[in-house]
Design a protein around this ligand. Structure first.
Ligand code: ME8
Length: 513
C-alpha cells in the first residue's frame, strides 16, 4: 500500500553560484506537481534545498576570499528569494550544513560501516570538480568532461569505499520488476543497460580538503559530497532524529532530477538505502536539459540568462506556464525570448485572458455583474453539453498526464477547455441574445455557464498560474483561497452561487508587444 503523503523532492542545488533557468525549471515543475496533488486532496511534502559541501563550493569561497560558511550564508538567500519570486510552495528547505543533516549523515555512515559495507582502499582516478564526480576515460570528449568542457584532475589518495558492486543484481531486479522506479522508460532502459555491464565500488571519502561532513570513525576524511547530499532526502524528514516522522513521510513518491544526475539517484542512492534495509523511493524521474538559443547556457555568453531577467516581463505565472508547457517533460528543450513571448501572448493573453475579460465584462454589462440562477437540466442544449464534456475530458486528461509526469500534456489538455470555452462564446453569441428581451433566460443560462467555466478554470490552472487563479477566484466573488480547494469538492459544474457579485478588472495577462 502506498503511503498517504505525497513526498516530492528537487535536487539540492550547489551553491557555487546563483540559480539559473535550469534550476528554476526543475523547481517550477515540482511546484506544479505539488500544488496539483494538494488540490487532489492528498497531503504533500515538498522539499528543496542546497548542497553546500564539496570542492566546488570550497574553491568558489576561496576565490572570493571567504570561508565556505561565509560564502554559503551569503548566497543561499539568492536561492530562497528566487523561489519566493516564482511562488514555489515548498514545505521545507534543507541546507546540508545544518546540524539536522550532518548528525544523521554521520549516523548513516556509521551504520554502513558497522554492516561492513565500507572498507579502506586507495584510489587513482580522474575527478571533475564541476560534476563532483570521478570520470572514466571513455566518458571524456577530447580529454575533457563533456558537461564542463575542462579536463578532470588526477586524484590519488586513500579513500573509503562503499561496496556498490555487491548491489548489481538487486538493482537490475529493481529496474526490471518496477517499471516506475526510473522514468521515463527510455531512461530506465539506459540505466539498466549500464548497470548490466557492471558496477565498481564507490569512493565515498576524500582527504585532500576538509569542507564536508567528517567520517565519524576517521576524522582525516570528509564524506564524499554526493553521499552526503543524497541523504538530504531522508535527514530532512526525520531520519536519525525523528523516527515517527520518518516512518510517516519516507519513502519519497518522486525524486525529480535532471538527466545529468540520474546515475546518482537511480544507482548509488537505492544501493545505499538497500545497504541499510531502508525503503526505496517510488520513482526517480529524469527530465531533459534546457538550452538557450540552441546552445548550452553559459554565464560568459548571452545564453547566461537569469530567471530574474524574465520575471518583470512575463510575471511568475507566465514564467511557470511557459517552461512547463513549452518543453516536452523528459525531453531536452530550449528557451528563446521569441518563443516565450509568442506562447505567452497566444495562450495566456489571448486564449485565457480574453476568455476571462469577455466573460466577466458580459456578465457585468448584461446582468449587472450578478451570477444568475443555475440552469435546470432542461435548459441545457447540445452546446452546453459539449462544453461540459470538454471540461470533464480536459480534467481527466490532466489527471492522467500528471500521473505519468507528462506535465506539458497536462497543460495542453487544460487549454483544450480554455479554447472550448472561447468556441462556446462564439457559438452562442451572448451579444446577440442580449438584443432580444424574449431570450433573457437563454442569455442567463449562457452567462452562468461562462461564470462556472471560469470558476472551474481557476481551480484547474491554480497549480501552474497561482496568482492569476487567485485573482480570478476573487473576481468571481468566491471566498478564501483557491489553493485551499480540492478537485473532488470544487471541480464540478453548477457550483457558482446565484446572486454572487463578480468584478471585472484589467487583463490578467497584459499582451507583450
Ligand atoms: O547536481 N536544464 O546540483 P546542481 C534543465 N548538488 N535543468 C537543469 C539544467 C539545464 N540546463 N542545469 C541544471 C547538483 N539543471 C547536486 C545535486 S541532489 C542530492 C544533489 C537542474 O546545482 C537539473 O535538475 O548542479 C539538474 O539535475 C540540477 O539542476 C543540477 O543542479
Amino acid at each position: 500500500m502506498s503511503k498517504d503523503t505525497f513526498y516530492l523532492t528537487t535536487p539540492i542545488y550547489y551553491v557555487n553560484d546563483v540559480p539559473h533557468l535550469g534550476h528554476a525549471y526543475t523547481t517550477v515543475a515540482c511546484d506544479f506537481i505539488a500544488r496539483w496533488r494538494r488540490m487532489q486532496g492528498r497531503p504533500v511534502h515538498f522539499l528543496t534545498g542546497t548542497d553546500e559541501h564539496g570542492e566546488k563550493v570550497a574553491r568558489t569561497a576561496a576565490a572570493k576570499g571567504l570561508t565556505p560558511e561565509e560564502w554559503t550564508d551569503e548566497i543561499v538567500p539568492r536561492w530562497t528569494e528566487l523561489w519566493a519570486a516564482l511562488d514555489i510552495s515548498n514545505d521545507d528547505f534543507i541546507r546540508t550544513t545544518e546540524p539536522r543533516h550532518e548528525g544523521p549523515v554521520q549516523q548513516f555512515m556509521t551504520a554502513l560501516h558497522q554492516r561492513d559495507q565500507i572498507y579502506l582502499g586507495s584510489y587513482e582516478g580522474l575527478y571533475c570538480v564541476g560534476c563532483e564526480a570521478f570520470k572514466q576515460p571513455d566518458e571524456l570528449v577530447d580529454g575533457n568532461c563533456p558537461l564542463h568542457g575542462v579536463p578532470p584532475e588526477v586524484v590519488e589518495e586513500d579513500n573509503y569505499f562503499f561496496r556498490l558492486s555487491d548491489y548489481r543484481q538487486r538493482l537490475i531486479d529493481l529496474y526490471e520488476s518496477n517499471p516506475r522506479f526510473v522514468m521515463p522508460e527510455a531512461r530506465r532502459r539506459e540505466v539498466l543497460g549500464k548497470v548490466r555491464t557492471g558496477l565498481d565500488d564507490l569512493s565515498i571519502s576524500r582527504v585532500s580538503f576538509d569542507w564536508g561532513v567528517p567520517v565519524p570513525w576517521d576524522s582525516k576524511h570528509v564524506i564524499y559530497v554526493w553521499v552526503d547530499a543524497l541523504q538530504n532526502y531522508i535527514t530532512a524528514v526525520g531520519y536519525g532524529s525523528d523516527e515517527e516522522r520518518f516512518a510517516r513521510l519516507w519513502p519519497a513518491s518522486v525524486h525529480m532530477v535532471g538527466k545529468d544526475i540520474l546515475w546518482f539517484h537511480s544507482v548509488i542512492w537505492p544501493a545505499m538505502l538497500m545497504a541499510l534495509d531502508l525503503p526505496l523511493p517510488e520513482t526517480v524521474f529524469a527530465h531533459g536539459f534546457l538550452q538557450v538559443g540552441g546552445e548550452k547556457m553559459s554565464k560568459s555568453k548571452l545564453t547566461g540568462i537569469s530567471p530574474h531577467d524574465l520575471l518583470p516581463t512575463f510575471s511568475s505565472d507566465g514564467y511557470r506556464y511557459f517552461f512547463v508547457r513549452e518543453v516536452s517533460f523528459g525531453q531536452d528543450g530550449s528557451f528563446s525570448w521569441e518563443a516565450m513571448a509568442e506562447r505567452y501572448n497566444s495562450d495566456l493573453a489571448n486564449d485565457f485572458g480574453n476568455l476571462v475579460s469577455r466573460s466577466l465584462s458580459m456578465i457585468a454589462r448584461y446582468l449587472g455583474g450578478v451570477v444568475p440562477a443555475p440552469p435546470e437540466p432542461s435548459e441545457l442544449t447540445e452546446v452546453e453539453h459539449g462544453l461540459m464534456e470538454k471540461q470533464r475530458a480536459a480534467l481527466a486528461g490532466m489527471v492522467e498526464a500528471i500521473d505519468e509526469y507528462l506535465l506539458h500534456e497536462a497543460l495542453r489538455s487544460c487549454w483544450s477547455f480554455v479554447r472550448g470555452a472561447n468556441a462556446y462564446v462564439e457559438a452562442v453569441t451572448p451579444w446577440g441574445l442580449a438584443k432580444d428581451e424574449s431570450r433573457r433566460r437563454r442569455l442567463e443560462v449562457v452567462l452562468y455557464q461562462l461564470a462556472d467555466s471560469l470558476r472551474l478554470l481557476a481551480v484547474m490552472v491554480a497549480p501552474i498560474a497561482p496568482q492569476a487563479a487567485q485573482e480570478l477566484w476573487r473576481r468571481l466573488g468566491e471566498q478564501g483561497s483557491v489553493h485551499d480547494r480540492t478537485h473532488s469538492e470544487d471541480a464540478r459544474w453548477g457550483l457558482s452561487a446565484e446572486g454572487t457579485q463578480i468584478i471585472s478588472g484589467p487583463p490578467l495577462f497584459p499582451r507583450i508587444v
